[in-house]
Structure formats: structure tokens, C-alpha cells
Design a protein around this ligand. Structure first.
Ligand code: PLP
Length: 396
């Protein structure tokens, strides 16, 4: 079978760029020395890690001594939250985050709640933005950490990170942001934004899976998550994932080289896809904000009266890869916590579709989806009892 694949799930993961892979390969077969050893092939690997660290630091406008490599975005989130919580527990045990974080962060906070910490989960409005006044009101004498994601992976909302950073700085509270989705799409200067910790991941920016980084502001006290050897300046043990780190370094360099141009192209395709869907299909609802404060590659739309799973299966039949507004937790389909937090009811949340675009997306692909999607929705609705009831009520 030689079916054309239309990949519109870049927010779930990306392919690894050829240039990235090319830089990685020698570190499997040629320069395989352990970076902690002293012979020359090991010196090459050590040097390669330094180059990658330098590239990450340039992308974030921070020092090379503030970049720590991890095994991905989830580890970076876990480390930031648990590491700060335990290192600062003597000052307080209250943490503030939001209801729409990635599970890597939410489930970490829930675990901390079981271990003596108190967590406030901020609401978001119908577009997914946090309320800065609610944030200010939630800060208590024992608040040690605020964690707000830079950009949301489901609905694309880009938070007012600078304002949040200012509030935290003024109240002397540590500020972490999960920037896994923002890197490569938004200009990030951690000093200007008053960010103390920032998580990122390789596989969302055309790098390899299983590698990420945590930026930790110099001088910040944080406990280790992974204990063992002295790697990463004795803060993150374990022999370095050298090839992965090399790949992450190259990927972040490429992803941040021309953010403005890339964003313009993606925003154009995003808007064409969004407005095309709304035009062609009745009873739809766009989730997330409009314009500049939305990730350039993110489209999220609810189709009333049907289930997202059905849409995904039908799209897959046409070679289109996408995501729905439900997540499979322990065998059952749960509506996305993000969609519920912006005020959707369970039924509408279940009928949601996320199409996330990336650097290989073309206008032809957008047109193909605009051609294939309307009949799919129509067919699924024709089989839906909810649609049937709705129509019957309308006829009366
Ligand atoms: C993908 C993602 C993560 C998790 O990163 P992994 O590298 O898959 O562990 C965390 N936060 C956000 C916002 C993400 O999109």
C-alpha cells in the first residue's frame, strides 16, 4: 500500500530533520566514548555536548551553565516542580499552576499534594488565558512556586508570560514555564521574561524523542531528581544521551533561526484551514484564541453531535493524521481537561479535533483536508442519535 500521508499532528511529535539526524549519526558509531572518560574519542563527545549546550543557551538567551539536559519534556517538568518543592519546603509548601497544564506537570502536582504540598490550580477563560488578578490573589505567604505553561498543546493559547514573570519577581516567587510547545514558535528570552526555570523537548521541534532540557537560573536552589554520577555538573546523573543531545542542539538552532518567517507561513495555513472548516461545516466551534496569541500551527475545532474518535478513524482512512479532544485513561475515553477548563460540556469536548501543522504542511494538504473533512462529519452526524434528536426538535 502506498497511501499518501497527510501529517497534521505536529503538536504530538515531529519527524527528525535530515540535518539533525546527520549530525547525530557519528555519535553512535564513531564518537561513542563516554564523555566522562579522558581518551580522545571521549573528548569529541564531550565537545559535542558543549556545542549543543551552547546552541540551547543561545536559543533561550541564557548562560551555558544554566542549561541541563534531560530525557524529555516530562522529566524537565518533573524535575522543576519536585526539585523546587523539596528544596524550598522549609519556606512554604504552596504551589500555583493552571488547570490546563500538560499531564507531565499536572500529575506531578497531584503527586506532591499526596506528599504534603498544597496546589492551587488557576482557572482559564474561554480562550484559555489565565487571569492575572486571580494569580495575584492566589499568592500566599507560603507560596514557593508558580508554574504556567508558555503555550498550550491542545488549543494553542500563548500565555502572558512576561506579566506573570513580573508578578513572580515582585513577590519573590520562583517561576517555571513549560515551553515545550512554544520553543521555535515564540521568541524566548528567559532574562527579559523573568523566567527561573523552563522545560523544552527535542521531539516537538524536529529533533529526536527522549531528550529535552531544563533551564535553571544560575544560583537557584533545586534538588536533584535523578541521583547518581556527577554528570550535568552533578545535577542530573546518568551517562549523557550524546547523540540525542547533539540532535536537540541542532534542532533548536534550526527551529529558532527564522521564527518570524516560519510563523507567518504557518499562521496563513492555520487560518485558511480554520476558516475553511467553519465555512463548510455547520455547528462547529473554534477552541482557543484568535490571531497572535495562538500558536501558529494549532487548529482545534469542536463538531457538535459526534465523537472525535470517529472523526480520527475516518481521517486515518484518508491518510490524515490528527488528534481528538479525548484522552484514553485506563481504558475509557475522558474528555480533555483543557477543553473542559475553557467551558465546553462533555459532549462538545468529545467531538473535538486538533489539527496541528508544521514545516512540511502545504497549501495543497490544507485543501485536501478541507475536501475530505466535510463529508466525514456529515456521514458521522447522519449516524448520530444526538444529531437525529436535534434535527427532529428543529422540525417541530
Ligand atoms: C509533549 C509535551 C510535554 C512532554 O514532553 P515529552 O518529551 O514527550 O516528555 C510536556 N509539555 C507539553 C506542553 C508538551 O506538549
Amino acid at each position: 500500500m502506498d497511501k499518501k500521508i497527510i501529517y497534521m499532528d505536529y503538536a504530538a511529535t515531529t519527524y527528525t530533520k535530515e540535518e539533525v539526524l546527520k549530525e547525530m549519526l557519528p555519535y553512535f558509531t564513531e564518537y561513542y566514548g563516554n564523555p566522562s572518560s579522558i581518551y580522545s574519542i571521549a573528548r569529541e563527545t564531550k565537545k559535542a555536548i558543549d556545542v549543543a549546550r551552547d546552541r540551547v543557551s543561545k536559543a533561550l538567551s541564557c548562560g551555558t551553565d544554566e542549561v541541563y539536559f534531560t530525557a524529555g519534556g516530562s522529566e524537565a517538568d518533573n524535575w522543576a516542580i519536585k526539585g523546587i518543592a523539596f528544596a524550598h519546603a522549609n519556606k512554604g509548601k504552596h504551589i500555583i499552576t493552571t488547570k490546563i497544564e500538560h499531564h507531565g506537570l499536572l500529575h506531578t502536582c497531584e503527586w506532591l499534594e499526596k506528599n504534603g504540598f498544597e496546589v492551587t490550580y488557576l482557572d482559564v477563560n474561554e480562550e484559555g488565558f489565565v487571569d492575572l488578578d486571580q494569580l495575584k490573589r492566589s499568592i500566599k505567604d507560603d507560596t514557593i512556586l508558580v508554574s504556567v505553561m508558555f503555550a498550550n498543546n491542545e488549543i494553542g493559547t500563548i500565555q502572558p508570560i512576561k506579566e506573570i514573570g513580573e508578578i513572580c519577581k515582585e513577590r519573590k516567587i520562583i517561576f517555571h514555564t513549560d515551553a515545550v510547545q512554544a520553543v521555535g514558535h515564540v521568541e524566548i528570552d528567559v532574562k527579559e521574561l523573568n523566567i527561573d526555570l523552563l522545560s523544552l523537548a527535542g521531539h516537538k521541534i524536529y529533533g529526536p524523542k527522549g531528550v529535552g532540557a531544563l533551564y535553571i537560573r544560575k544560583g537557584l536552589k533545586i534538588d536533584n531528581l535523578i541521583h547518581g554520577g556527577g554528570q550535568e555538573r552533578a545535577r542530573r546523573a546518568g551517562t549523557e544521551n550524546v547523540a540525542g543531545i547533539v540532535g536537540l542542539g541542532k534542532a533548536i538552532e534550526l527551529a529558532t533561526a527564522d521564527i518570524k518567517k516560519d510563523s507567518e507561513k504557518l499562521s496563513f495555513l492555520r487560518d485558511k484551514l480554520m476558516s475553511g472548516i467553519v465555512e463548510k461545516i455547520p455547528y462547529t466551534k473554534i477552541n482557543g484564541p484568535k490571531g497572535e496569541k495562538r500558536l501558529p500551527g494549532n487548529v482545534n475545532i469542536s463538531f457538535k453531535f459526534i465523537e472525535g474518535e470517529g472523526i480520527l478513524l475516518s481521517l486515518d482512512y484518508e491518510g490524515i493524521c490528527a488528534s481528538s479532544g479525548s484522552a484514553c485513561t485506563s481504558g475509557a475515553l475522558d474528555p480533555s481537561h483543557v477543553l473542559l477548563s475553557i467551558g465546553l460540556d462533555h459532549e462538545t469536548a468529545h467531538g473535538s479535533l486538533r489539527l496541528s501543522l508544521g514545516d512540511n504542511t502545504t497549501e495543497e494538504e490544507v485543501e485536501y483536508v478541507l475536501e475530505k473533512l466535510p463529508p466525514i462529519i456529515e456521514r458521522l452526524r447522519s449516524m448520530s442519535p444526538l444529531w437525529y434528536d436535534f434535527k427532529k426538535r428543529g422540525e417541530k
